[in-house]
Design a protein around this ligand. Structure first.
Ligand SMILES: *[C@@H]1O[C@H](CO)[C@@H](O)[C@H](O)[C@H]1NC(C)=O
Length: 665
């Protein structure tokens, strides 16, 4: 027995909090004595070999009552199969004596709160750990009957249990303690409840000694409650403990769960978790890879090393990916704008067979994700179009709009003319009755998309060019509204340049003037080199102009005039109806050509593609329709040109070809 006592004292010393003492010395001493008494009493119940939180063999299980996990009622993450609470519940419970085992069994088997409350008076000697278990079990039984919680909390027996537990809280073991806290939160006890505060205090007191999985359990199950209740100190200390002891994280499930639940609350913790994730990524299954990515996407964290690691495993491992996982992965890659060719190939290929079974909303979401990634998979997009056609009668207009926007972004139209006709007929038919009911910015987006795809009808142009709709965007301040205004300019230009018979309302010319400076971005290397090279060719500054804002909402990189002999003409005197505002009065000399230089940077193209994205294709078309010969300067050709001389020769050659093509028509 002497050895036991020594062990007990050592245990006591070990459990004393390090660091500043939260209580005055007298209270400390009283607490110490109480703790000692409790431990002594426990020592008589528990075989000495068993430290409190360790589970001796052969003891009864508490878990599995009602086959429900602790998190199932409130935690949004509870669909995740192996929850931490599940792990904790598998910890065995402790009673060594037959009489105690009997109580364990009764608690375990209870299916009604009443059975549990009756344990109090039933001649059983309930110790505090039992009381904790009863409270935990009560909370679980009421998890889907919130209307009974208030009456339970008012029950005198409940209060008695609470009192029993909180008066002996120091001797409740680690596992039951953290589950108790979570259960009391779930029972929605009043914020000022003394007993709950004492449980919280005890948890704070013990944070350093709890095992990491207990901390993780609290992080997963209780941080939302702590925030709601304003338990800021406990929450802050919990997060610090999780961060300091991150090396104790045991498995991939735990790190992923922590990332989702506690990561958003603490930047330093999230950084640690990302490191740990990198270390464990090797062991991740598809479910974990999904969760990591969705978590990063939800927090908008574009953590490149981690995204690379996850991508690597997605590509290397042959595990099958379910439809839900594929959709989530596409969403996450899209949201984070992380383009990884092999992953995207795999996603597109694996998704294809699932398309017929997707819901319209899933197709819309998925198309949007691929559009964000600028990834055009022909077969997949054909399948999206077919999906929409197959559900022509039921597809909700917002989903149809999202598919349309994705098509326009990637400048995709169904390959087969018949399918294309059907698709756009359906779009027009739906928009006919519903366009003007959509949010104004969405109306503009949709009509703009139709312009990109060369499918806009006059009625649709009219719908967004009427003053009642467009006036709200003329004074646009927010970036989003300014984007909408720019699209309106493009729609106006479409009406003007591509619909010769259009007689509906227009944007007032004056709307353009104060906006133009806002359209300039910062100068890119390609832009600068193009200007310099061209200036060298022109020889004189009046023979060309640069960064030319047009009425159509596009900015030309440069504009020049060529006479029929291919010589540059000074621009200034000649009529220029495309400028904002229009200028000049002298008509162009016969045979003169106007040339516009348009540079296409890397982001102007689809991923791994030399096809312009919809927006840039529209710009090119408009500039052509406005009477220019277009000189395209794509980044991938420009990059190959090394010397000044090569660059000059390249531009001259391009101009010559543009003129020759025009003549050949
Ligand atoms: C819109 O188009 C009309 C001609 O169709 C034109 O007169 C007007 O200036 C354009 N508005 C803007 C802002 O460019």
């Amino acid at each position: 027995m002497k050895g036991d006592f020594l062990g007990l004292w050592n245990h006591l010393l070990a459990v004393l909090p390090a660091g500043p003492c939260p209580q005055p010395p007298a209270a400390m001493a009283a607490r110490l004595v109480k703790r000692c008494a409790c431990l002594l009493r426990e020592a008589t119940l528990v075989p000495p070999a068993a430290a409190p939180a360790v589970a001796p063999v052969g003891r009864l299980r508490l878990a599995q009552v009602g086959r429900r996990t602790l998190t199932s009622a409130t935690s949004p993450g509870s669909h995740f199969p192996r929850s931490l609470s599940g792990l904790l519940e598998k910890e065995r419970v402790f009673s060594a004596r037959p009489q105690q085992q009997e109580v364990d069994r009764l608690i375990e088997k209870a299916t009604r709160p009443e059975e549990l409350l009756e344990l109090l008076g039933g001649g059983h000697r309930l110790h505090e750990n039992h009381a904790a278990l009863v409270l935990i079990q009560l909370s679980r039984l009421l998890s889907d009957r919130p209307e009974h919680k208030a009456s339970l909390v008012r029950d005198a027996r409940f209060q008695q249990l609470l009192q029993l537990v909180s008066s002996q809280i120091a001797s409740v073991w680690h596992g039951p303690l953290v589950r108790l806290l979570r259960s009391l939160y779930a029972l929605a006890l009043p914020a000022a409840c003394k007993q709950l505060l004492s449980v919280e205090q005890e948890v704070r007191w013990r944070l350093r000694r709890l095992r990491y999985k207990h901390l993780a359990f609290l992080a997963e199950s209780s941080t939302a409650y702590m925030q709601q209740r304003g338990s800021q100190e406990l929450l802050a200390e919990l997060l610090v403990s999780l961060e300091r002891r991150w090396a104790e994280i045991e498995d991939s499930r735990m790190v992923v769960a922590l990332m989702a639940k506690a990561g958003p609350l603490s930047e330093p913790l999230m950084n640690r978790l990302e490191d740990k994730c990198l270390e464990l990524a090797e062991q991740f299954g598809p479910e974990e890879l999904r969760r990591v990515l969705v978590t990063l996407a939800a927090q908008n964290r574009r953590s490149v090393p981690l995204l690379r690691a996850v991508s690597y495993h997605l590509v290397q491992k042959p595990f099958p990916l379910t439809k839900g996982i594929l959709l989530d992965l596409a969403y996450a890659y899209g949201k984070l704008g992380f383009q990884q060719t092999q992953v995207l190939r795999r996603l597109a290929a694996d998704l294809l067979p699932h398309v017929p079974s997707l819901a319209s909303g899933e197709v819309a979401r998925c198309a949007k994700s691929f559009a964000l990634l600028k990834w055009l998979s022909g077969p997949l997009f054909e399948a999206f179009a077919q999906h929409v056609l197959d559900r022509a009668q039921t597809v909700p207009v917002p989903h149809l709009c999202n598919v349309l926007l994705a098509f326009a972004h990637l400048n995709f139209r169904p390959e087969c003319p018949e399918q294309e006709d059907q698709f756009f007929s359906l779009v027009h038919e739906k928009l006919d009755s519903e366009l003007t009911g959509l949010h104004p910015a969405l109306q503009v987006d949709v009509v703009w998309a139709l312009c990109v795809l060369r499918q806009a009808r006059e009625a649709e142009l009219r719908a967004v060019l009427r003053p009642e709709l467009h006036s709200q965007f003329l004074e646009a301040k927010s970036p989003k509204d300014q984007g909408t205004f720019r699209k309106l300019l493009h729609v106006n230009a479409s009406a003007r340049l591509e619909h010769p018979g259009y007689a509906g309302p227009c944007l007032p010319a004056a709307a353009l003037l104060p906006r133009l400076s806002a359209l300039d971005g910062k100068v890119t290397p390609l832009q600068k080199e193009l200007q310099d090279t061209l200036k060298g060719l022109l020889g004189s500054s009046d023979r060309g102009s640069f960064a030319v804002p047009t009425q159509y909402g596009w900015i030309l990189d440069a504009e020049v005039l060529l006479d029929p002999d291919g010589q540059f003409l000074p621009l200034r005197n000649f009529v220029a109806p495309h400028l904002a505002p229009p200028s000049g009065s002298q008509p162009l000399p016969p045979g003169a050509k106007r040339l516009a230089f348009l540079r296409w940077e890397f982001p102007s193209y689809g991923s791994r593609s030399r096809d312009l994205l919809g927006r840039f294709a529209l710009a090119r078309r408009h500039v052509q329709a406005a009477g220019f010969l277009v000189v395209d300067v794509p980044y991938y050709e420009w990059l190959d040109l090394k010397s000044e001389w090569q660059k000059g020769a390249y531009l001259k050659d391009k101009m010559r070809k543009a003129v020759a093509e025009e003549l050949a028509k």
